[in-house]
Ligand binder design. Sequence first.
Ligand code: HEC
Length: 510
Amino acid sequence: MAEIDSHLPRIKKPWAITFFGLFAVGGLIAMPLLAGRPDGAKLPDIVRFIGHFHPLLLHLPIGVFTLIVFQELATIFGKQSAEPKNTSLFPMFFGAASAIVAVIAGFLLFHGESDAYGSNSIAERHLWGGLIFAVTAVFTFILKSWTVALRANPAFFRLLLFSSVGIMGFASHDGATLTHGEGYLTQYAPAPIRKLLGIEKAKLAIPVKSSNEQLVYADLIAPILERRCVQCHKESKAKGKLRMDSFEMLVSGGKGGPAIEIGNSAKSHIIERIELPKDDEDHMPPEGKPNIEAHEIAVLKWWIDNGANPKKKISELNLPASIKEAISKLMPAAATGTASSPAQVIEKSAAPDAALLSTVEALSKEFPGAVSFESQGSSMCTFTAVSLRASFDDAGFSKLEKLLPHLVTLDLSSTKITDRSLAKLGPATQLRMIRLAETGIKDVSLDTIAKLSSLESINLYGTKVTDAGISKLANMPHLKRLYLWQTAVTPEAIKSLKEKLPSCEVITGV
Ligand code: HEC
């Protein structure tokens, strides 16, 4: 033995490496434990600046470790001497060090962009996966140093090396899912490979939800009442003691009793009043107010006659052709598959691609029922947070990023979104209708909205917008409807807006 030893250079025991390695491991593990819940808003930009290097840095340890694994395999299966060499120590050190740097950058990204990642379980798992990989990488380096110094059996080192690379694989997969969405790698795989992996084609093709999945009350009835009646029939101004701003209020009714008679439109007060001759004193809406249109009346009666259920979807009710047509007039941006406007015919030719399908699929899992395609084969989408309300916030909105360019209608009424979300709405250039009623948005958001030139309808009911904000909308070419009840906007501001946009109807409570 002594003879062999004398051929080899003397190697000191790697105590320093061990000490610093363990110190680094301790620091890595302490990092997330001490940091608490992520709150990007409180952190300085430098955090995000460094964080954004994560996608770049992470490729270093992956490349280095892949190389080391191949080298090791070559030693195992090849003719190379099995004697552990200290030449491979430096790549090992470089791999472990770059893993630590990549993990720190990733950690800063997670915290700095907490609205995007803070409540995302894959992001959290990716963070821990990356961290465990970096820790095992450091241990692998330490073990390698000892193996070389003691000329020990490399089996333990190899075992740890292969495990850490396995962990790296898992962590990288989560990271890739975060950036590219689920199934990115396999979505264009040839059929036999997909079959082998158990990915059925059906899984790729999402069931297309048409606008028939929308709710009759929330998506059709409430907007009609809001437009025509609620201005005089709401909490702060309940004419005839009748409020019409919720389903329950319709049922409890006003001075003359319930406003709707379920199943019988002819006996329902609201319909009776609407159908009175125009010159009758009791006709609703009263003289001087824009009258309710025939297709709106038809839809109201159809809903009451079919049970006036606030939870039924459009598809769940019997849909005569006349009603389909009336609905398509009410939801120009979400036709019911029968009458299409010319704009939709053009968009229909552009079928959704796989990337969009997987975006929509992921979002439908996260927000059931909120996202749907505008119509069969269309690549245009609608998003409604009606059923999510207060549970939908800026963090939720940031998940819509990839959907934005495909959105035609967006309903965020009564959600917790703020101006921070609206600032990111720029890519939603196809948007034709947006509802922001009763949200915390303020004038600044109208800067972004004013640039979305396809918008036809904007609902700002019950928001903090003021004259200054509204004046920004003066150059919106297609704007037809602007809802402003319960805002601080003055009649003068509305007047000057209408001079610039004569074809825009401004609906206020006054
Ligand atoms: C410009 C204000 C205004 C608008 C808009 C308006 N109403 Fe009225 N409404 C009134 C006033 C004022 C009364 C009370 C006087 C009366 O009974 O005629 C009333 C009373 C009623 C009543 C009777 C309530 C009761 O129980 O006695 C019904 C029903 C009604 N409105 C339905 C409607 C419907 C449906 C619409 C929308 C299509 C509408 N109103 C829009 C002002 C309005």
